[in-house]
Design a protein around this ligand. Structure first.
Ligand SMILES: Cc1cc2nc3c(=O)[nH]c(=O)nc-3n(C[C@H](O)[C@H](O)[C@H](O)COP(=O)(O)OP(=O)(O)OC[C@H]3O[C@@H](n4cnc5c(N)ncnc54)[C@H](O)[C@@H]3O)c2cc1C
Length: 361
């Protein structure tokens, strides 16, 4: 009988989709010594490139179930991945802390209860006299903002992360094919992935990380009972032309009433993201993204959009996100990430690696 090591080294795995999930899986599997090919016609428009990179793990208020388990594992794995990836980009880091704010008294009470019940030193209520709250109140001309700070959560720059992963995957000699897969099928003991140019790629296993299109590829071979809905998310960079406001006096990343805010310089900030159940961006992005307070501060009202972008995420209909399923015949689906793909990538690729080890042995 062949050893696990021999089986792993011989096996060829095809990963369809090269967003954050495809890339993380490729890296995790190459670390096991597997031969990996990752296939994607164009990654530049995927949702991973649109992400803001907030890692909201510890501040997640539900402390049981699969969603929490995946977050918990990802929080533990992220520091190890950062150390590993820093060999390829010494500047890659997670900027901490992360602040969640609300003007809604009921939501604040829930935050207080959550923090009281969890007794975690890394999660704290932000008192009215904290420097963060004072600076936010001053800049946003508010008095009723309250919230919590998570010292373990933060933000990774998604563009930098994706570029670093690419560098690492090239170093690991992972095959990359710039093609669209239009069909997959099983022939004898092998999987055949057919490209739009009619090229057939053989592999022992296929991992579907191609978001909305994943279901199209498996519909004809199994009845997956999975529906993925597109949820478009928009974000924008705004230039503030106001000498009195210094955005750098604000925390590095924070969320007010569900909207994420990332000051980039003294007079530039990123705001995101919308939730649009559609594939075409709505027109009124500025309004949607800046209406998170009863009264908009004057400088934000006068702000000018300098960049605007969007990404289409896939949200499972009728079941929790993400979809992680092993169809047992060498076919795995790991997609439907909706909001937290960047955060959850380490835990989900670990799950895929374990499934593969079990299948090949
Ligand atoms: C505006 C915005 C802000 C966000 N902010 C955050 C955040 O702060 N934190 C966070 O954790 N998450 C955030 N997200 C969510 C996060 O971006 C997604 O959960 C994550 O990117 C999903 O990654 P993915 O690899 O599954 O999908 P994608 O990045 O969409 O990649 C799927 C890939 O599959 C490829 N593909 C499709 N069909 C085929 C085919 N037939 N053959 C080959 N390839 C194919 C596509 O070209 C694409 O490159 C945000 C999303 C948006 C839109």
């Amino acid at each position: 009988m062949k050893s696990l090591k021999e089986n792993l080294q011989k096996a060829h795995i095809v990963i369809i989709g090269s967003g954050i999930i495809g890339k993380f899986n490729a890296l995790e599997l190459s670390e096991l010594g597997l031969q990996v090919t990752i296939i994607d016609p164009t990654e530049i428009q995927n949702s991973s490139y649109a992400a803001l990179g907030l890692l909201m793990g510890n501040m997640y208020q539900k402390r049981k179930g699969r969603s929490w388990a995946l977050r918990k594992q990802s929080i533990e794995l992220w520091p190890q991945w950062i150390t590993f990836l820093q060999k390829f980009n010494s500047e890659l880091n997670i900027e901490k802390p992360l602040i969640q704010l609300t003007t809604n008294e009921e939501k604040f009470k829930k935050l207080e209860k959550f923090i009281y019940e969890n007794n975690d030193q890394n999660l704290q209520i932000l008192e009215k006299d904290s420097i963060f709250i004072k600076n936010i109140n001053k800049a946003f001309q508010t008095q009723n903002i309250k919230g919590m700070i998570s010292f373990k959560d933060g933000r990774i720059n998604p563009f930098s992360l994706l570029q670093t992963l690419d560098k690492c995957l090239r170093h690991k000699k992972i095959n990359f094919l710039e093609e669209e897969i239009v069909k997959i099928r099983k022939l004898n003991s092998q999987w055949i992935s057919t490209t739009r140019n009619n090229e057939n790629i053989k592999s022992d296993m296929v991992i579907l990380c191609n978001s909305l299109k994943a279901v199209d590829l498996i519909d004809s071979i199994i009845s997956p009972n999975i529906t993925l809905k597109p949820v478009l998310g928009q974000a924008m960079e705004i230039d503030i032309n106001e000498a009195e406001v210094n955005l750098l006096s604000l925390p590095k990343q924070f969320n007010i009433n569900g909207i994420n805010i990332i000051p980039k310089s003294k007079n530039k900030l990123i705001i995101g993201s919308t939730d649009e159940y559609s594939t075409n961006p709505e027109e009124n992005t500025f309004e949607k993204l800046t209406n998170f307070l009863d009264k908009k501060p004057y400088w934000l009202m006068k702000g000018k959009i300098s960049k605007k972008w969007y990404g289409i995420r896939s949200r499972p209909d009728g079941q929790p996100s993400p979809i992680m399923k092993n169809f047992t015949d060498g076919l795995i689906i790991c997609t439907g990430f909706y909001k937290n793909g960047i955060l959850l990538a380490p835990a989900c690729s670990k799950w895929v690696a374990n499934e593969i080890k079990n299948y090949l042995f």
